[in-house]
Ligand binder design. Structure first.
Ligand SMILES: Cc1cc2nc3c(=O)[nH]c(=O)nc-3n(C[C@H](O)[C@H](O)[C@H](O)COP(=O)(O)OP(=O)(O)OC[C@H]3O[C@@H](n4cnc5c(N)ncnc54)[C@H](O)[C@@H]3O)c2cc1C
Length: 508
């Protein structure tokens, strides 16, 4: 553990009661809560502020689709989360049950809190959009979306409202000020060392530091060492590089949920640093040989787990990459990926990570991101020539797969993978297309372990004095998450961390 001995002589450049590291949804919730409880708050943010024409501050919260979950009955919601944990073979001891109970209780508070901030939303209705509607307690959960206002929708609409609340309260945000290290003195966290305008500066936290600096989506070493497969490509904030994990480890934190992420299949090209999530679709997804391996109408936050099996007999990952295969009917429907990737900033204001997918997919066909052939046999040969396929796909297997699938469409029954009848749309029109898919995600969940007060814990479960965390950095969620759980938790844990951090007495 790094302990500074400079306590008496240290020069503090700035100070506040509560110092929040990272300005996303969780950071905003901490800041608003701590401010409203009477504490002074300073937010440190790694990214620069937007300019009038460019979106530069792109926390995951702002890039998100903007679905957030709340609970209408905490006991019912807790039974749902316990059922999910059981499916994932998680240990449901008293500690875990308490985490679930606190999550469920506070998800119940999400609606009044959002209302207080002036947020308006639309409900998707009971059971709609849930990943696990068949599990007990699903009727007590509800997924909300920010009510679109002009061009503002999804994550940008939510983050706009959070930002307005931060600004109204006069909370200072230090832009382009990445936190480097926690200042740990006399057995407690007393501040943050960060960089501003090329200079290292020390920020004193009189009561507490709250880490809300997101996950490790763009830290290649952490991804390879902690996630269950490689590669895993992310669409998310490129500034989320696991800094909070490193800082927390340096002061003795335990880690949890490092191998958990809500993931699916994504399109990833060489040209762009980020990936495009694929929507569960009415086409087929095949492995490297050309065979289907799952229900393609998959659960949006768990399909990544279907992709990762390593075959120790063949010494291959048969589903990394896999291939989305479809016909001309599908391509005519419209864009294969969300048109406005990254932050869908209203008014066409875009940042450097922005890509606008063409409505007719022609631009992406020209770039070679979508493969095209007049027959399935020819498509299989093109795929087999791709080095990532290792020559595994054959015309025979792909043709047989599509023939069988078309047969299932005719009978309305998919005996292999149980795909819902209304999603069984046959291949009927050449040409045929393929898109390479990888395990991918929007956000990681691992990080420092926290208790139900959002205090960061050591391996012996004792809290590290004056250190809190919130949001996706060390998320409460384990292997399985519900739709809207990332934002739902960012608000919940942000409020909890904010409320508890202000209860600390001021040091010195
Ligand atoms: C494309 C996409 C779609 C999604 N859709 C949904 C959805 O519909 N529903 C849902 O529930 N969840 C969704 N999620 C997940 C959800 O957005 C996240 O779980 C949630 O927003 C996490 O909030 P956060 O505040 O913890 O992290 P973030 O919002 O990512 O904020 C972290 C902040 O910390 C900053 N930071 C990083 N390092 C440092 C440092 N060293 N010093 C200072 N600042 C630092 C970052 O720049 C960033 O601003 C989506 C995510 C993405 C990317």
């Amino acid at each position: 553990m790094i302990e500074s001995t400079m306590s008496a002589s240290r020069h503090w450049d700035q100070e506040a009661d509560v110092v929040v590291v990272g300005y996303g949804g969780a950071g905003a919730a901490v800041a608003i809560t701590a401010h409203d409880e009477g504490s002074t708050v300073l937010i440190l943010e790694k990214l620069p502020a937007d300019t009038p024409t460019i979106t530069r501050h792109t926390p995951n919260t702002r890039m998100s689709a903007g679905a957030w979950i709340s609970a209408t009955d905490e006991t019912g919601a807790a039974s749902h989360f316990e059922a999910m944990a059981k499916l994932a073979h998680e240990t449901l001891d008293e500690e875990r049950k308490e985490v679930i109970r606190v999550l469920a209780h506070n998800l119940n508070e999400n609606e009044p809190w959002m209302r207080k901030l002036g947020m308006e939303w639309v409900d998707s209705g009971p059971l709609v959009e849930l990943d696990y509607p068949e599990l007990p307690g699903s009727e007590f959960l509800i997924v909300h979306h920010a009510k679109p206002s002009g061009a503002w929708r999804g994550g940008p609409a939510i983050f706009k409202k959070l930002t307005e609340n931060v600004v109204q309260r006069g909370i200072t945000v230090c832009w382009e000020t990445p936190a480097l290290k926690l200042i740990y003195e006399a057995g407690e966290v007393r501040g943050v060392l960060c960089v501003n305008a090329g200079k290292q500066i020390s920020i004193k936290a009189r009561k507490a530091v709250v880490l809300t600096c997101g996950g490790f989506e763009f830290n290649p070493w952490m991804k390879e060492n902690y996630l269950r497969a490689a590669p895993v490509y992310f669409r998310g904030n490129r500034a989320n590089t696991g800094d909070g994990i490193t800082m927390a480890l340096q002061v003795g934190a335990a880690l949890w949920h490092m191998n958990c992420t809500s993931w699916r299949a994504v399109l990833k090209t060489e040209d762009l640093a980020f990936a495009f999530p694929q929507e569960p679709a009415s086409d087929v997804i095949v492995d490297k040989r050309g065979s289907r391996f799952a229900n393609e109408k998959y659960r949006g936050h768990a399909f990544g787990y279907d992709l990762i099996g390593f075959n120790s007999g063949t010494l291959k990952y048969p589903q990394i990459p896999c291939y989305w295969i479809f016909d001309n009917q599908r391509i005519k429907i419209g864009a294969l990926a969300e048109i406005y990737a990254h932050c869908n900033p209203p008014g066409g204001v875009s940042g450097p990570d922005f890509y606008e997918w063409s409505k007719d997919n022609e631009a992406e066909l020209d770039k070679g991101w979508i493969l095209k052939a007049n027959t399935l046999g020819e498509l299989a040969r093109i795929i087999a020539n791709d080095p990532d396929n290792e020559g595994m796909m054959t015309s025979e297997v792909l043709e047989e797969t599509v023939n069988k699938y078309n047969q299932y469409c005719r009978t309305g029954n998919d005996p292999e993978f149980g795909r819902p009848k209304d999603t069984l749309v046959p291949f009927s029109e050449a040409p045929f297309y393929a898109v390479k898919l990888w395990p991918g995600s929007t956000s990681t969940q691992g990080g420092p372990k926290r208790n139900t007060k959002c205090q960061v814990l050591r391996p012996d479960n004792s809290p590290i004095p004056r250190l809190y965390s919130a949001g996706e950095l060390g998320s409460f969620w384990g292997m399985l998450t519900e739709n809207g759980a990332g934002l739902g938790e960012a608000f919940v844990s942000g409020r909890i961390a904010g409320a508890n951090s202000v209860l600390e007495s001021r040091w010195g």
